[in-house]
Design a protein around this ligand. Structure first.
Ligand code: GAL
Length: 679
C-alpha cells in the first residue's frame, strides 16, 4: 500500500466516460434541502439543460449511523428522480468527510500539521491519508454504495471522495511517519542510499536506522530539502493509493468509469497529477478564478491547457467552477455580466467536453452559504439564472464540438516535482516562484496566438516546433535528454533561468549551470545574481526586467540581449545557439522580462521556430482552435473592453449567424465559428 508508484503503471481495461455533446452539469447537495424542493429542482435542471448531476459527495453522515446501519432512502429517491428526468448521475462515494461519530470514536484518524498539532473535526476532510482505520470505514461505505448503485442505469460516472488532498494532503502524524518510512524503504532499499540521496552529511543529519526518520515537521532552522521533497512525493502517492483502494472496491460492483476531481493549479500543489492521470478513467478538474492573482483569466487558460495535457489531448471534464463569486478568497468578486459564458467557453475551447458547476442551489447554511450557484439565493428571477439558461442553450448548440481536439505545435514542460523543488526553503530569491515563471511564459504565448500543449518532462516531443522550458529546476537526465533529442530533430527550444539545476535527489549538478543543458545552449552560468523586488534591470534592447539576473558566459551562442545595469551588467541576458545541420535553435533567457519585453522575445522565438499563430490573439483576447477529422472550430473570447473585428468564414454557433469574411465580436463576448473548410 505504501510503495512508491511507478509513473507508468496503468490499470488495464479502462472504461471510457461518454460525453453527450458538451455535458452541462452540477454538484447537487439535496441533503441540505427539504425533500419537497427536490422535484422542483429536477424540473428546473431539465429547464436549464442540466445533463449530469454529482450527488453524495458529502453524504456520509446522512447515509450511515454510528451503529453502522445505512439508510439509502434519500439517495434512492434523488437518483430515481434524476433518472426519470433523463439526467445522468455522477455518483460520489460519499467519503470526502468523516461523520462526527467516527472521529469521536477514533480520534487517531485526525490529521496532524507540520507543527505537530492536531486538526479537529468541524470543517471537512479531517482524516489522515495513511490512517488504516479511516480507510477501513471509508472502504466499507464505498462497498455498500457501489453494491447498491453499481448497476443503476443512471450512474454514468463514479466520483471518488472529493478533491483528494485539498486540505489533508500533508499529514505529519506518527502513523504517517511509519508509512513514510515504508515508502522510503521501498524507494531506497538501504539507509546508506537514503543518506546519499538526502545529503545527510550536512548538519550532522546522518541516519543509522529507519526508525530515526520522521515526517519533516517544523524545525528551528530550515529542513532537509531532500526529506521535504520525498515527503511531497510520498504524500501524493499515499493519496493516490487511497484513490486506487476506493477504485478497486467500486470495480467489484460496477463497470462504469471512475474518476476524482483534480485541483489544477493555483492554490494546490501537493499532488503530482502526472502520476495520477493514468489512474482515472476521465480527467476531471475543478477550477475557480483566483482574484488574488494578477492575471486570473490567464491562469484559467493555463490550468485548462495543463488539464488537457493530463488528458493527453483527449476531451476532459470541468467538474466544478462557479457561476459567480466563491466564498473562500479574501475578496469574493462577482462575475461581470457575460463572464460566466466567456469563462465557461474558455474551458471548452481548451478541450473540456463537460462543464459542471459547484453547485446547483446556493446553500443557506454552512461555510459556503455565500458561494454562488446556478440558483442563487435570489431564486430564478435573477440575472444569474437567466445567464444559466443562456449557457444551457449555447452548450446545446456547441454539441457538435465534442470530441474535437486542440492541435498545438508548441509544448511547455511542466512538473509538480520541479515546483516542489524550486519553491523550497532557502532558495536564491523568495520573490521568484516557479508558477510565476510558468504563467508569464504561457501568458505571453497565449497573447501571441500560439497553441500550447502542457506536457510532462520526458514526454514524447515529436511533432512540436517549439519546446518551452520555464524554470524547470528539477529535471532527470533522461528527461533533459528528450529536449536535446527534439532539438536535434529540428524543434527549437527556449529554456529559462533556474532550469536544469538539480537532479531528482535535489542535488546540484556542478560545473556551471544549467549543467544538463549547457552544451545544448552553448552557455555557462557561473553565479545567480537576483535583484530586490521593485528594482528594475535595463536590457541593451531597451527592455526592462526584474527579480533575476545571472553571471553568464556565452561560449557557443549568439548574445541577443545584455544586462545594462544591475549585478550582471554587461553580461548576456538572452542567448541563441543557432541550429546547424537540421538542428533547431536553442534560446536561453536569464532574467524575468516585463510583459512587453517578453512578448518581443517570444515573437522572435515563435517566428524562428515557424510555430502557428492565430490572428487577433492578444492579452485580452483568446483565439483557440479545436479540430476534428472533417471540421474545425475557432473560439474567439474577447475578455477586453474593445469590440473586435475578426476575419473568418463559417457559422457562429453562439448566435447561429453566418460569417462571410469577418465577424464583429463585442467587448466581453465569445464566438465559436464552425470554419468553412472550402474557403
Ligand atoms: C471545491 C469543493 C466544493 C466546494 C467548492 C467551493 O473545493 O470541491 O465542495 O467547496 O470548492 O468553491
Amino acid at each position: 500500500m505504501n510503495r512508491p508508484l511507478a509513473t507508468t503503471e496503468r490499470s488495464l481495461a479502462r472504461p471510457r466516460y461518454e460525453h453527450r455533446g458538451i455535458d452541462f452539469g452540477c454538484d447537487y447537495n439535496p441533503e441540505q434541502w427539504d425533500r419537497s424542493v427536490w422535484r422542483e429542482d429536477v424540473a428546473l435542471m431539465r429547464e436549464v439543460g442540466i445533463s449530469l448531476v454529482a450527488v453524495n459527495i458529502f453524504g456520509w453522515s446522512e447515509l450511515q449511523s454510528p451503529d453502522g446501519s445505512l439508510d439509502f432512502s434519500g439517495l434512492d429517491e434523488i437518483i430515481g428522480l434524476l433518472h426519470d428526468a433523463g439526467i445522468r448521475v455522477n455518483l460520489g462515494t460519499g467519503t470526502a468527510s468523516p461523520p462526527p461519530w467516527l472521529t469521536t470514536r477514533h480520534p487517531e484518524i485526525l490529521p496532524v500539521v507540520s507543527d505537530g498539532t492536531t486538526r479537529f473535526p468541524g470543517g471537512r476532510q479531517a482524516w489522515c491519508p495513511s490512517s488504516p482505520v479511516f480507510r477501513q470505514y471509508a472502504l466499507a461505505l464505498v462497498d455498500a454504495v457501489a453494491e447498491r448503485y453499481g448497476e443503476h442505469p443512471a450512474v454514468a460516472l463514479w466520483h471518488v471522495s472529493n478533491e483528494l488532498g485539498c486540505h489533508n494532503a500533508l499529514c505529519y502524524c506518527d502513523r504517517s511517519a511509519a508509512a513514510f518510512r515504508e515508502w522510503l524503504r521501498a524507494r531506497y532499499g538501504s539507509i546508506a542510499a537514503l543518506n546519499r540521496a538526502w545529503g545527510t552529511s550536512f548538519w550532522s543529519q546522518r541516519y543509522t536506522d529507519w526508525e530515526e526518520i520522521g515526517t519533516p515537521r517544523l524545525t528551528l532552522s530550515t529542513r532537509n530539502p531532500g526529506q521535504v521533497l520525498d515527503f511531497s512525493r510520498f504524500s501524493s502517492d499515499e493519496l493516490l493509493s487511497y484513490y486506487r483502494a476506493e477504485q478497486a472496491v467500486i470495480r467489484r460492483h460496477s463497470s462504469a468509469p471512475i474518476t476524482t476531481n483534480f485541483m489544477v493549479t493555483a492554490h494546490i500543489r501537493e499532488l503530482d497529477y502526472w502520476t495520477w492521470a493514468p489512474e482515472v478513467d476521465v480527467i476531471a478538474n475543478d477550477h475557480y478564478l483566483d482574484h488574488r492573482l494578477e492575471h486570473p483569466a490567464a491562469e484559467l487558460a493555463f490550468a485548462a491547457d495543463l488539464t488537457r495535457g493530463l488528458s493527453h489531448g483527449a476531451p476532459w471534464m470541468l467538474m466544478e467552477h462557479s457561476t459567480g463569486s466563491v466564498n473562500w478568497q479574501p475578496h469574493n468578486l462577482a462575475k461581470a455580466p457575460g463572464q460566466m459564458l466567456r469563462d465557461s467557453l474558455q474551458h471548452v475551447a481548451r478541450g473540456a467536453d463537460s462543464l459542471c458547476f459547484f453547485q446547483w442551489r446556493a446553500s443557506v447554511q454552512g461555510s459556503e452559504k455565500f458561494h454562488s450557484a446556478l440558483i442563487p439565493h435570489a431564486g430564478t428571477d435573477s440575472a444569474l439564472w437567466r445567464e444559466a439558461l443562456e449557457l444551457g442553450d449555447v452548450l446545446e448548440r456547441l454539441g457538435e464540438v465534442a470530441g474535437t481536439r486542440v492541435v498545438a505545435d508548441v509544448a511547455l514542460l511542466f512538473s509538480w516535482e520541479a515546483w516542489w523543488a524550486a519553491d523550497a526553503e532557502n532558495r536564491p530569491s523568495e520573490a521568484v516562484s516557479y508558477l510565476d515563471q510558468v504563467w508569464a511564459i504561457h501568458r505571453a504565448l497565449r497573447a501571441a496566438g500560439a497553441e500550447v500543449d502542457v506536457v510532462r518532462p520526458g514526454a514524447d516531443l515529436s511533432g512540436y516546433r517549439l519546446i518551452v522550458v520555464p524554470g524547470l529546476h528539477l529535471v532527470r537526465d533522461q528527461e533533459a535528454a528528450t529536449v536535446d533529442a527534439a532539438v536535434a530533430a529540428g524543434a527549437h527550444t527556449l529554456i529559462t533561468f533556474y532550469s536544469g539545476i538539480v537532479d531528482e535527489n535535489d542535488r546540484v549538478r556542478p560545473g556551471g549551470y544549467p549543467a544538463v543543458w549547457r552544451d545544448l545552449l552553448g552557455i555557462r552560468v557561473e553565479e545567480f545574481a537576483p535583484v530586490l523586488p521593485g528594482d528594475v534591470v535595463s536590457l541593451e534592447s531597451g527592455g526592462r526586467a526584474s527579480l533575476w539576473t545571472e553571471r553568464m558566459v556565452a561560449h557557443d551562442a549568439d548574445v541577443v540581449d545584455r544586462f545594462v545595469g544591475g549585478p550582471a551588467a554587461g553580461m548576456p541576458a538572452l542567448t541563441r545557439r543557432r541550429g546547424t545541420a537540421g538542428d533547431g535553435d536553442a534560446w536561453y533567457l536569464g532574467t524575468f522580462p516585463d510583459e512587453a519585453a517578453l512578448a518581443r522575445i517570444l515573437d522572435d522565438v515563435l517566428t524562428a521556430a515557424g510555430a502557428n499563430r492565430l490572428a487577433d490573439a492578444h492579452a485580452d483576447v483568446d483565439v483557440v482552435r479545436r479540430a476534428g477529422t472533417d471540421r474545425t472550430y475557432r473560439f474567439i473570447i474577447n475578455n477586453g473592453t474593445d469590440d473586435l473585428v475578426h476575419r473568418a468564414r463559417g457559422t457562429d454557433l453562439v448566435t447561429g449567424e453566418g460569417v462571410s469574411g469577418s465577424i464583429r465580436i463585442p467587448a466581453g463576448a465569445v464566438r465559436v465559428i464552425r470554419e468553412d473548410m472550402t474557403s
